[in-house]
Design a protein around this ligand. Structure first.
Ligand code: NAD
Length: 279
């Protein structure tokens, strides 16, 4: 049965990120928007990166400002090295440093393998994987330069990569997307191993089905929603705020000993729901 009105948990916005400076890529919509707002409500000043929807990015910034934190809107294409470097320069000029990177920007260009063009393959890899590499590299440069500031955080910096359950679940018809997320998993773990001695934490969030524009076809009709529920034992779609709360916690010192981890947030989608009644 369809029930899309299940109440979400009330979120107490503890100021667990006070004094920290965060950058959220793709922060004008969906998961990135919810993450940017959650970090702002937790006390961080936030750079809201957008690619094409500047007005929405300013609305996100207004919400963060209303919560008492600073916000800066910066347009940049994360797949372009010069854009990423300009974005970081703007952030360091305005906020002085960076403590938290949420590499969230992502996209899909779906096609059966035998119809997928090299352009479709390359575009998704460029944005989803290379974009995270470029942003992580700039963030680590600043984390290493600055080091730990005790009164701000136990760590010299935190990176959260937005991955997906499709870093492990194969996805027919989405080979470029699944490959990009599988790549993020090993990129994240390798960076985490490399920079742990500098007290830099690197982790991934792996959402299941979250109600955002990227997957509207999977939830915006009753038939699609009912079909989706067959994959989700918890029997509701995820909301962007489910990811926002997790990002704020994972970026905070409450999660200080966690690095190289993938936190799956999927209402049980990875629990092989087809086996719920004996397989
Ligand atoms: P979305 O389409 O609302 O968000 C994607 C954001 O990335 C948009 O703001 C878009 O403008 C931005 N973006 C795209 N290309 C960009 C570029 N070149 N440079 C900068 N920004 C760019 O969809 P979403 O669901 O919020 O997706 C956010 C992330 O979450 C993506 O990485 C996606 O793969 C991941 N994710 C989403 C789901 C889901 O069910 N919605 C599940 C797993 C993972």
């Amino acid at each position: 049965m369809t029930d899309i009105s299940i109440p979400l948990p009330k979120c107490q916005h503890l100021k667990i990120l006070t004094g920290q400076k965060a950058l959220v890529t793709g922060g004008s919509s969906g998961i990135g928007k919810a993450v940017a707002i959650a970090l702002g409500q937790a006390g961080a000043d936030v750079v809201v990166n957008y690619h094409s929807d500047e007005d929405e990015a300013h609305e996100v910034a207004d919400t963060i400002t209303a919560a008492g934190s600073k916000a800066l809107v910066v347009g940049a294409d994360v797949s372009r090295e010069e854009d990423v470097q300009r974005m970081f320069h703007q952030m360091l000029d305005s906020f002085g440093t960076i403590d938290i990177l949420v590499a969230n920007a992502g996209m899909q260009q779906d096609a059966p393998l035998d119809e997928m063009t090299l352009k479709q393959w390359q575009k998704v890899i460029d944005v989803n994987l290379t974009g995270q590499f470029l942003c992580a590299r700039e963030a680590v440069r600043e984390f290493k330069r600055r080091g730990v500031v005790d009164e701000i955080s136990c760590a010299a910096g935190k990176i959260i990569c937005m991955s997906s359950v499709h870093q492990t679940i194969p996805w027919a018809g989405h080979v470029n997307y699944a490959a990009s997320k599988g790549g993020i998993m090993q990129m994240m773990r390798s960076i985490a191993q490399e920079v742990a001695p500098f007290r830099i934490r690197v982790n991934s969030l792996c959402p299941g089905a979250i109600r955002t524009p990227i997957n509207a076809d999977a939830w915006n009709t009753k038939e699609a929603y009912d079909s989706l529920m067959k994959l989700i034992p918890y029997n509701r779609i995820g909301e962007p705020e489910d990811i926002g709360r997790a990002a704020a916690w994972l970026a905070s010192d409450q999660a200080d000993y966690i690095t190289g981890a993938s936190l799956v947030i999927d209402g049980g989608m990875c629990l092989y729901p087809g086996f719920a009644h004996g397989g």
